[in-house]
Design a binder for this molecule. Structure first.
Ligand SMILES: *Cc1c(COP(=O)(O)O)cnc(C)c1O
Length: 330
């Protein structure tokens, strides 16, 4: 079976497992795990921020990042298919107590005019206060779309003018970085808080980080513990993340090339594939998924007429070529 359902399905490599087994550990709730500290410092510095905090999931990293910027009874603006709006089961409302309003863009992009219309930082005592704008790069449900740096910088200027904050859901920011060559620090510079994942294309079994100022990360540490995610000898997992940063970032270019190959075979214009996600518009999505499965290729339906394929560390060139033959037949 060639599993193209998601880039979360990767298993840790032998070398990653060896790095995990060797990891020096301590009690991270006491701040005494040297491997976690090394990972947090390294990731903070990659993005040009003061501090970072390890979390078990990207969803929790997003919860902590958004809650650092938006209080109960305030709102965050985001694109309508954003992971924070669709795929985190309402936690931002249920736990943080914030509300959301959304703009819709077919490509998951920043819509400056729509944001300016929605944005309400101070409309008096009758309206919810906009405290932050959230963007997702790459945008998962928009097919791994990259948000151009110039758009993010323009949004940063808008936010600065209005004293509004920016949250960046960078679960796949590594893919955007490799696809465009934009330095991670340039993405870091447009956001007040970021969330990044080690368990997607980077191939770690578990782990994400929330990134921001020393003060906000100290608050996020308290909230993380309050939510029951104070972790102990978690250096074993941080070691997988450090190994991934050393060995699995530049190779994302292979995943992007494989995605374009699969797109072409499936009749999708490869020029529309920015990174490692391919979206196929098929009226017979469920049937397509079933027939691909019968021929050894697992893909998923993410809507009644939307099929999604994701390339990753465990899909070799040979696998991609075999899957392409199957998709071309379908
Ligand atoms: C996967 C993902 C997350 C985090 O997901 P977890 O499964 O909680 O680790 C957040 N944002 C985006 C865009 C994602 O694709």
């Amino acid at each position: 079976m060639i599993d193209l359902r998601s880039d979360t399905v990767t298993a840790p490599t032998e070398a990653m497992r060896a790095a995990m087994a060797r990891a020096e550990v301590g009690d991270d709730v006491y701040g005494e795990d040297p491997t976690v500290r090394e990972l947090e410092e390294r990731v903070a510095s990659l993005f040009g921020h003061e501090a970072a905090l390890f979390t078990p999931t990207g969803s929790l990293a997003n919860v902590l990042a958004v809650a650092a910027l938006v209080g109960a009874g305030q709102e965050v603006l985001c694109e309508s298919r954003a992971h924070i709006a669709r795929a985190e089961l309402g936690v931002h409302g249920a736990v943080t107590g914030l509300t959301m309003r959304t703009w819709s863009h077919p490509g998951g992009q920043v819509d400056h005019a729509a944001i300016a219309d929605l944005h309400a930082p101070d409309m008096g005592p009758f309206f919810v206060r906009t405290a932050a704008i959230s963007v997702e790069n790459t945008h998962n449900f928009a097919g791994g779309a990259v948000l151009p740096l110039a758009d993010l910088q323009q949004l940063r200027s808008f936010a600065d003018e209005h004293a509004t904050a920016i949250h960046l859901d960078g679960a796949r920011i590594w893919n955007a970085h490799v696809a465009t060559g934009v330095p991670l620090a340039a993405y870091g510079a447009v956001a007040d808080m970021l969330a990044v994942c080690l368990s997607k294309g980077l191939g770690a079994p578990v782990g994400s980080l929330v990134i921001g100022s020393r003060e906000r990360i100290a608050e996020a540490r308290v909230r993380r513990k309050r939510l029951g995610a104070g972790l102990r000898q978690v250096g074993i997992l941080a070691a997988a993340g450090l190994h991934a940063l050393d060995h699995h970032v530049e190779r994302l270019a292979d995943d992007h090339a494989h995605a374009r190959l699969l797109a072409e075979a499936a009749g999708v214009d490869p020029a529309t594939v920015d990174t490692n996600v391919v979206v196929i518009d098929r009226a017979d999505a469920a049937d397509y998924v079933a027939r691909a499965g019968q021929q050894g290729v697992r893909v998923s339906a993410v809507g009644p007429r939307t099929v999604r394929l994701v390339t990753h560390l465990d899909v070799s060139r040979a696998d991609a070529e075999r899957a392409a033959v199957v998709l071309a037949r379908l």
